[in-house]
Write a new protein. Structure first.
Length: 588
C-alpha cells in the first residue's frame, strides 16, 4: 500500500464521515417535528421507551447522538433515569441500521435485479435527484430531502473509495498478521473500543470494518470481538457530554457505559467458551459486509435481551456509583446537549417560555390587585416574579440565538423567531407590573387617594387589562388563534380608555378635585397599563402571524384593523363592555 493509496483511504474516510453527518442532520431537520410526540410517549412503558430509542437512532443514524440527547433530557428534567435506561437500550439496536444499509454495497451477483440493489447502481441516480432538489427547489423540506440523498450518496462513495484503497492489502503479510493478532478476543475488543472512541461513532467504525473486510483477511473470529469493543468505545461521547451535568445525567451516561461493558463481558465470555469447546469452522471464514451487519445486530439485540429485564439493577448500580448529594440538585432549565435534536431543544424552550409567561402574567395580576389593597408581601412577590422573568429572558434569548445558528428546519426557525420576539414582550409586561406596584407604593406611603370617579375609571381599565392579559396568555400557551384574534380589538379599546381618562383627569385638575401628586401617579399608571396592553397585542399578533408563516407583525395588524369583520365586531363588544357612561360625572 503506497502513499497514494493511503491518501485515497483518508479521502474516502473523510467523505464517509461527512456523508453520514450530512445525512443525519438533514434527516433530523426533515423529521424533527415528529420526534416530539415520540418523546411524549416515553412514560407509557418499558417497550415504548425501547422503541423510541430505536426509532430516534435509526433517524439520526448515531447512538452516540441519541445518548447525548438523553443525557440532556435527564439533565433538564424532561426524562427520568428509568426512562433513559430504556431509551439507551433501544438506541443500541437502532444504530445497527447503518451497517445494514452499507452491507448492500457488498452484493455480488450477475442477476440484473439483484445488481440494482447494489448502492453503486442507484447512488448516482439518488445524487442526481438530490442535487436537483437542493439547487433548484425552494421549499425547505425539498432541500432537506435533497440533502439526505446527497449525504447518502457521499457516504456510499466514501465507502467504495475506502474499499478500493485497502483492497491491495489482501496480499500484504503484515496486514494478515495484524488480523491474526485480533483473533485474540481481548485485543479485538480493545481495538474496536479505541477506534470507536477516536471517531466517536460506532456506525462509522462498523463501516470502516466493512471496508476492511473487502481484503478477505478479516475473519468472523476477529470481527466479532472488534464489534463488541465498538459498543464500548461509542460510550465516550456520552461520558464527555455528562461533564458538568447533574447527578442523574451522569447516571444516564454511566448506564450507557455499564450496559455495554456488562453485555460485552457476558457475551464475550460465551463467545470464548464456544470457541474453546466447539471450535466453529465459520470463525476462520472471511467475514462479508452482510456478515458484519448481522453480527452487529445480533450482538446488540442479545445485549438488550440480557439487560432489559435487569433495568432496575442497572438503575441501582449507577445510583450506587454516583450517590445522591445531601442537597437536592436542580435540573438545568435549558441544556445545550439538546442541540443534537433542535426540534426537541425548541420544545424545551416552549416549556421554559411558558413558565416565563405565567410568571409575567402573575406579576401583572398582583400589581393590579395592589391598587385596591397594598401589602408588603404582595410587593415582594411581584418583584420576585419580575426577577424571574428577567432570568428567563436572559437564558432563553441566549439559548434561542445559539439554536438558530444550528441547521434547523424552516418551521423550527420560525418558531425560534416567534419565541425571541415574545419573551421580550413578557419581560416588559413584568417591568410594567413593577412600575404599577411602585405607583401603588407611592400612593400608600404618601397617604394619597384618587377620587371616587377616578377609582371607577381605574377599575374599568384594570378589568380590560386583566381580560387582554388572559387572552394573550391563552393564545400563547394553547396556540389559540380564536383568543389571539380578540386581543387586538381590546387593545384598541384600552387605548381609547387611556385617552378618555387623561381628558377626564385634566378636567378634575381644572376643577380642583384632584391633587397634583396623585395626578402624577395617575398618569404613570395610565402609561403602564396601556403599554402592558400593547405588549399583549404583540404576543397575540406573533402567535397569529407565525400560524400564517409571516412575521411582519405591524403590516398584518394594520390590515386586520381595517378589513376584518371579526375585528369590528369584537371592537364594538369591548367598547360597550368597558364604557365610562355609568361613571358619575359630579364625582369626577
Amino acid at each position: 500500500m503506497d502513499i497514494f493509496n493511503m491518501l485515497t483511504l483518508i479521502g474516502g474516510l473523510s467523505l464517509f464521515l461527512f456523508g453520514m453527518n450530512l445525512m443525519g442532520q438533514a434527516l433530523e431537520r426533515r423529521t424533527g417535528g415528529r420526534l416530539r410526540p415520540l418523546l411524549e410517549k416515553l412514560a407509557s412503558g418499558k417497550m415504548t421507551g425501547l422503541l423510541t430509542g430505536l426509532g430516534v437512532t435509526a433517524v439520526i443514524q448515531s447512538s452516540s447522538a441519541t445518548t447525548v440527547m438523553v443525557v440532556g433530557f435527564v439533565n433538564s428534567g424532561l426524562m427520568t433515569l428509568r426512562q433513559a435506561i430504556n431509551m439507551i437500550m433501544g438506541a443500541n439496536i437502532g444504530t445497527t441500521v447503518t451497517a445494514w444499509i452499507l452491507s448492500l454495497a457488498g452484493i455480488d451477483s450477475g442477476n440484473l435485479f439483484i445488481k440494482l440493489l447494489k448502492p453503486s447502481s442507484f447512488t448516482p441516480i439518488l445524487a442526481l435527484i438530490g442535487i436537483i432538489l437542493y439547487m433548484f427547489c425552494k421549499g425547505a423540506k425539498k432541500k432537506d430531502t435533497g440533502m439526505i440523498l446527497l449525504g447518502f450518496a457521499t457516504l456510499m462513495f466514501g465507502m467504495e473509495t475506502m474499499s478500493g484503497a485497502v483492497s491491495g492489502l489482501r496480499d500484504v503479510p503484515a496486514f494478515q498478521q495484524m488480523f491474526l493478532m485480533f483473533k485474540n478476543p481481548v485485543l479485538g475488543v480493545l481495538a474496536g473500543a479505541v477506534l470507536t472512541a477516536v471517531i466517536q461513532s460506532s456506525s462509522a467504525s462498523v463501516g470502516i470494518l466493512q471496508a476492511l473486510a473487502v481484503t478477505g483477511q478479516v475473519s468472523y473470529g476477529a470481527a466479532i470481538p472488534i464489534i463488541m469493543g465498538q459498543n464500548i468505545g461509542t460510550c465516550v461521547t456520552a461520558m464527555l457530554s455528562s461533564v458538568g451535568a447533574n447527578k442523574n445525567a451522569k447516571r444516564a451516561a454511566l448506564v450507557h457505559l455499564s450496559f455495554n461493558i456488562i453485555g460485552t463481558v457476558v457475551w464475550l465470555s460465551v463467545f470464548c467458551l464456544l470457541k474453546a469447546l466447539l471450535q466453529p469452522v465459520f470463525l476462520e471464514v472471511p467475514v462479508s459486509w452482510l456478515g458484519i451487519a448481522v453480527a452487529h445486530s445480533v450482538f446488540n439485540i442479545l445485549c438488550t435481551i440480557l439487560m432489559l429485564p435487569l433495568s432496575g439493577f442497572l438503575e441501582r448500580l449507577v445510583i450506587a456509583l454516583v450517590p445522591d448529594a445531601r442537597e437536592p440538585e436542580a435540573y438545568a432549565e435549558l441544556d445545550e446537549r439538546l442541540f443534537a435534536t433542535p426540534s426537541i431543544a425548541l420544545e424545551r424552550c416552549h416549556v421554559v417560555a411558558s413558565d416565563m409567561a405565567k410568571a409575567a402574567a402573575g406579576s401583572l395580576q398582583k400589581a393590579l390587585a395592589s391598587l385596591k389593597g397594598f401589602a408588603p408581601e404582595m410587593a415582594a412577590s411581584i418583584r420576585e416574579k419580575e426577577e424571574k422573568t428577567d432570568h428567563y429572558e436572559d437564558i432563553l434569548g441566549t439559548y434561542l440565538v445559539n439554536l438558530s445558528t444550528r441547521p434547523i428546519s424552516e418551521e423550527d426557525s420560525r418558531e425560534a423567531a416567534k419565541l425571541l420576539k415574545i419573551i421580550g414582550d413578557f419581560e416588559r409586561i413584568a417591568d410594567h407590573a413593577v412600575n404599577i406596584l411602585e405607583s401603588a407604593e407611592e400612593l400608600e406611603n404618601k397617604g394619597k387617594r384618587f377620587t371616587a370617579a377616578a377609582e371607577n375609571e381605574l377599575a374599568t381599565i384594570s378589568r380590560a387589562v386583566r381580560d387582554i392579559l388572559d387572552l394573550s396568555l391563552q393564545a400563547f400557551l394553547q396556540e389559540d388563534l380564536a383568543a389571539a384574534a380578540k386581543v387586538e380589538p381590546l387593545e384598541q379599546v384600552i387605548d381609547g380608555l387611556k385617552e378618555q381618562m387623561r381628558t377626564r383627569h385634566i378636567l378634575r385638575l381644572q376643577k380642583g378635585d384632584c391633587t397634583i401628586d396623585a395626578g402624577f401617579a395617575w398618569l404613570d399608571l395610565l402609561t403602564d397599563l396601556e403599554r402592558a396592553a400593547d405588549h399583549c397585542s404583540n404576543i397575540a399578533g406573533c402567535v397569529m402571524e407565525t400560524a400564517h408563516n409571516n412575521l411582519n407583525l405591524h403590516q398584518s395588524l394594520r390590515a386586520v384593523r381595517g378589513y376584518s369583520e371579526d375585528f369590528q365586531r369584537w371592537y364594538r363588544e369591548y367598547t360597550n363592555k368597558y364604557s365610562f357612561s355609568n361613571v358619575n360625572a359630579k364625582e369626577g
